[in-house]
Design a protein around this ligand. Structure first.
Ligand code: URA
Ligand code: SF4
Length: 222
């Protein structure tokens, strides 16, 4: 017993947090190993207080992002709109409802994916985010990608695609949509923004094709 206690203390000393004995199997968890869920929670707390760019002065709520932290599929939009700013949640306005409907069409509910934006605070009157705002905010998305480790990122609209893939400012979304790209180990697929579809219904078949590709590569559909 003494020896066991000393061994447990030794384990604790070198960084093991818990030792569980379950039907003869000893399982140990190392507290020094970073836990992505905790890291993401810490990051969220930091971002909710962020004032690294001018958008913090006009926002109502920071929209950090939400969804399944263990998902294979991440959606990245541009910036929060009015509803998102009021509720502190991404894609909950009309464009978001359209996105949710498209997901449901494939039997996938919103909470099985992760949804966020390039910029976490609403630009006044929904203007485009400025380059310095994107630059200030982008490191948060990089950390979200690092912690969540999605297999696939579907970029919703030109801003997301250009920023994530580091493409020239004028790159047209219709030229790059639907083409798989790589960001490290992550497959990145640019597509139309759902807000664009609200104005241009004829873009829907292409959007659906890109969404299907993303869902397939992420293992949601065959
Ligand atoms: N448009 C976006 O790009 N993001 C949202 O969260 C809502 C609308
Ligand atoms: Fe901070 Fe991003 Fe909000 Fe700017 S947009 S204040 S960088 S969280």
């Amino acid at each position: 017993m003494d020896e066991l206690q000393r061994f447990l203390k030794f384990l604790e000393f070198i960084g093991y947090d818990e030792v569980k004995v379950d039907r003869g199997v000893t399982m140990v968890k190392n507290r020094k190993e970073s836990n992505p869920i905790e890291e993401l929670e810490k990051l969220k707390e930091e971002v909710l207080k962020c004032c690294k760019c001018r958008l913090c002065k006009t926002r109502t709520n920071v929209v950090f992002g939400e969804g399944d932290l263990t998902t294979n599929l991440m959606f990245v939009g541009e910036a929060p709109g009015e509803q998102e700013d009021l509720q502190g949640r991404p894609f909950v306005g009309r464009a978001g409802q359209l996105l949710t409907r498209f997901l449901n069409l494939y039997g996938v509910s919103r909470d099985k994916v992760y949804i966020t934006n390039i910029v976490k605070c609403r630009p006044p009157n929904n203007r485009n985010p400025a380059p310095d705002e994107i630059q200030a905010c982008y490191p948060y998305l990089e950390k979200q990608i690092e912690f969540i480790k999605p297999k696939v990122i579907l970029c919703l609209g030109a801003f997301a695609a250009r920023t994530i893939l580091n493409l020239p400012e004028k790159t047209s979304i219709s030229k790059i949509r639907g083409k798989e790209q790589k960001l490290g180990n992550v497959i990145v697929i640019p597509t139309f923004h759902p807000a664009y579809l609200l104005r241009n219904r004829k873009g829907e078949p292409e959007f659906q094709k890109d969404l299907e590709l993303a869902l397939r590569l992420a293992g949601f559909i065959k």
